[in-house]
Design a binder for this molecule. Structure first.
Ligand code: PAF
Length: 281
């Protein structure tokens, strides 16, 4: 696996090698990330993974400084997964000057759910992803980018950005990887104390229960079901931000209750760790 830091080195490494398949990450890699790398390898071109902890997507009180940086383990895991190129830009490679031009996503998609609780988050994500796309695909005539469904709203926002800017990139969605008890794998699971870890699978269970309840009740009852789902988690010691059922097409409240078109999404804090998850149904 070749390791490159600058955009120029990356482009030189990709020259003449066809359309890359790209997995952007912030490091602290787990099996979920590696499944995205395996998905990228199926595309046939060179596989590129990036590791960059993007300060633009962290709010001032969030964990940018303490975000786990696990370079040696990440590099070994990517190499073992068959990644061809690891792009690990330094701060000065991506942001040589303050990033004053930003990508502001459509507020109808980006100001709800995660965007409501983490204002500016998706602007930070879109800005860095646009820059990473420029680095990886700028000289290759496009390619494929693989994002996990675990960050469901992020995947949708990026998908819409690629469509609306007519970027020559196929966005591919990778399934969420889960632990045996159902907890979605996430870099932030490492923050959970052991008692919290054993409770953490209550979030996916709450989403399953909410989805089942929604399918058995009329649309008009859904806001009450969502509220009850939050209350039930709160009673178990969580601080929920939201547990909702939305239509998959635009993440708005559902206008009909057809199974196969819906997604339950949740975000909640257990102790000081904020977890997010979702369930398509
Ligand atoms: O999902 C992530 O890890 C990040 O939001 C991403 C896409 C790498 C952008 O920093």
């Amino acid at each position: 696996m070749l390791i490159v830091h600058s955009i120029a080195e990356l482009r030189a490494a990709l020259a003449g090698r066809g359309r890359p398949a790209f997995v952007p990450t912030m490091g602290n890699l787990h099996d979920g990330h590696l499944s995205l790398v395996r998905r990228a390898r199926e595309c046939g071109g060179p596989t590129v993974a990036s590791i960059f902890v993007n300060r633009l997507q962290f709010l001032p009180h969030e964990d940018f400084d303490s975000y786990p940086r696990t370079w040696d383990a990440d590099r070994a895991r990517l190499e073992a997964a068959g990644c061809d190129i690891l792009f690990a830009p330094r701060e000065a490679d991506l942001y040589p000057e303050p990033q004053t031009f930003k990508v502001h996503p459509d507020p109808r998609l980006a100001d709800l759910l995660e965007g409501e609780f983490r204002p500016g988050f998706f602007t930070g994500v879109c800005t860095v992803v646009m820059k990473l796309f420029s680095a990886v695909f700028g000289t290759t005539g496009g390619g494929t980018a693989v994002f996990g469904k675990k960050d469901y709203q992020q995947l949708m926002v990026i998908h819409r950005m690629v469509e609306q800017f007519a970027l020559p990139i196929d966005v591919v969605a990778g399934d969420t990887c889960r632990a045996d008890d159902g907890l979605a794998l996430s870099s932030r699971n490492g923050y959970l104390a052991s008692g919290e870890r054993s409770q953490a699978a209550e979030l996916p269970r709450a989403l399953r229960a909410l989805a089942d309840a929604a399918l058995s009740r009329p649309l008009a009852d859904w806001p009450a079901l969502e509220q009850a789902a939050c209350e039930a988690l709160r009673a178990q010691g969580w601080q929920p931000d939201y547990l909702v059922v939305r239509q998959r097409s635009d993440l708005q409240p559902a206008s009909d209750s057809r199974a196969g078109t819906l997604v339950a999404l949740g975000a909640a804090r257990i102790g000081s760790t904020r977890l997010i998850d979702n369930l398509e149904f």
